[in-house]
Design a protein around this ligand. Structure first.
Ligand code: AP5
Ligand code: MG
Length: 222
């Protein structure tokens, strides 16, 4: 499958992407995960992105597009991809459309994960993440704690709060989302690509995506 996952911070983009990638092996591409890896590795890109991320602001479009062009050209994308946290602005969406056209790739759909603000705030304050940049497994002290407190089930890495999980950064991330990213739902709705999904249940969200994929496949056979 070739999808974009849209949604506010904490809506569950990473969680749903991981579940969907288990369905058919499509690769999860999370711009947030890639950027956190770059920060951890101390690369030039990481150094440029770090301040924006810690403040809960967006990293400039040019840096993101350069990074994503390289990523989408990698051979593992041929089997399918789940774009988690990208695009996040109208200019990114327009640049992505040009890039996909150049690569001869058509998107199946754009999934908008929707959850009430109080659910989102609760999730962001109770989330924990594996700090190993190659893992970044997502946990939640309420709904999905690791088997051993503070230790990742998958890789044994330390499970911690992300650097952008201060109250101040969370408030800024939600504001940035409303201003810069929420308009993308309308942008993709007009293109007939949008699937709105209730993200309060991950199982139901995954089922809704699978159902839409099935009906797209049926339609393509007719
Ligand atoms: P990014 O890492 O993408 O952060 P975000 O958009 O703020 O989203 P989150 O990762 O916080 O939430 P999520 O939707 O993935 O939710 P999750 O599945 O973890 O970006 C970070 C920063 O990088 C940005 O602020 C920006 O600076 C920069 N950046 C990234 N992409 C960029 C771009 N394209 N352009 C410019 N800058 C960019 O779930 C949250 C919690 O809820 C977890 O604990 C999970 O276990 C729990 N949960 C999920 N679903 C359920 C459920 N159904 N029931 C109960 N609990 C659930
Ligand atoms: Mg995420």
């Amino acid at each position: 499958m070739k999808l974009i996952l849209l949604g506010a911070p904490g809506a569950g983009k990473g969680t749903i992407a991981k579940l969907l990638s288990e369905v058919d092996g499509s690769v999860q591409i999370s711009t947030g995960d890639i950027l956190r890896g770059e920060v951890e590795a101390g690369s030039e890109l990481g150094a440029r992105a770090r301040g924006y991320m810690q403040r809960g602001e967006l990293v400039p479009d040019e840096l993101i597009m350069e990074m994503m062009e390289g990523r989408l050209r990698r051979p593992d994308c041929a089997a399918g991809f789940l774009l988690d946290g990208f695009p996040r602005t109208i200019p990114q969406a327009e640049a992505l459309a040009q890039l996909l056209q150049k690569l001869g790739i058509a998107l199946d759909m754009v999934v908008n994960l929707e959850a009430p603000r109080e659910v989102i705030l609760e999730r962001l304050t109770t989330r924990r993440t594996c700090e190993n940049p190659d893992c970044q497994a997502i946990y939640n002290i309420r709904s999905k704690p690791p088997r051993v407190e503070g230790v990742c089930d998958r890789c044994g890495g330390a499970v911690v709060q992300r650097a952008d999980e201060s109250e101040e950064a969370i408030t800024q991330r939600l504001e940035t989302y409303m201003e810069k990213t929420a308009p993308l739902a309308d942008y993709y709705l007009k293109q007939g690509l949008l699937l709105r999904v209730d993200a309060t249940s991950s199982e139901k969200a995954v089922a809704a995506v699978r159902e839409r994929l099935r009906s797209l496949l049926e339609r393509s056979k007719q």
